[in-house]
Design a protein around this ligand. Structure first.
Ligand SMILES: [Fe+2]
Length: 242
């Protein structure tokens, strides 16, 4: 059947409504971040010497585990080594809401990595919470998701790029190529995804910082409330395809 060409609204009354339609895309991009000025990822350090970190990870190859990949579907293309993990105080608390942190059995085998993180945390007037070394398979993504839970409320997430030939990071409509030796604050309270656009495994140290100051924690909590109030579909959502 031949499609009739659309020549505009059929009458004046319909036209009034047609041309008054709200441009939802524009409105959503306005509220994508508080006041439209918050950047979903921001670089805080660069030029870090990653050679000792790579060395350390190579030495401890045997510790790579797939337990996180098996538990969390969106992470199925990753391997990880947890350094600091959740320490549940009661079995009834969901792991995403646990505030306490404890070292994993691998903690003592990564002194160089932890030294970098600790030095960085001092500069941010914060302390390290959970730390995970994550390796992403070549040409594979971490699928889009939001990290929910009260654990994230007072904290901010950071990524340290240890070894990467192509790390495309996307969150809240922002997309950036993260490079080796950089540390980025990365908003995981909005839909986020990543893609390893290379033929080598991409290794990031993913860690959270808990600000020492009440003001810093309050700022993170307010952002957490803001992003948690927003329905998922209201975020501009871009998928990395290759
Ligand atoms: Fe995440």
């Amino acid at each position: 059947m031949r499609q009739e060409p659309f020549l505009g609204p059929p009458n004046k009354r319909a036209a009034t409504w047609y041309y008054r339609r709200v441009n939802w895309t524009k409105l959503n991009s306005l509220f994508d971040s508080p006041f439209g000025i918050y950047r979903h990822h921001k670089k805080y350090a660069e030029g870090i010497d990653t050679a000792p970190l790579v060395e350390e990870i190579k030495k401890n190859e045997a510790f790579w585990s797939a337990t996180r990949a098996q538990k969390v579907a969106v992470q199925r293309e990753t391997l990880n080594i947890p350094l600091l993990v959740a320490r549940p105080t009661s079995p009834s608390i969901h792991v995403d809401n646990v505030q306490e942190v404890a070292p994993s059995p691998y903690f003592k085998d990564f002194p160089a990595t932890l030294r970098v993180l600790e030095r960085f945390a001092v500069g941010r007037n914060a302390r390290i919470s959970r730390v995970n070394i994550v390796s992403l398979t070549p040409r594979k993504p971490v699928y889009s998701h939001i990290d929910h839970g009260l654990y994230y409320a007072p904290r901010a997430r950071y990524h340290l790029v240890v070894s990467s030939k192509g790390s495309i990071m996307t969150n809240g409509g922002q997309q950036t190529f993260f490079k080796e030796g950089e540390i980025w604050r990365y908003n995981n309270k909005v839909p986020h995804e990543s893609y390893n656009d290379s033929d080598e495994r991409r290794i990031h140290v993913i860690f959270d910082l808990l600000p020492n100051s009440h003001l810093g924690r309050l700022k993170n909590r307010l952002l957490w409330i803001y992003f948690n109030m927003r329905p998922y579909r209201f975020f501009k959502h871009r998928t990395v395809t290759h």
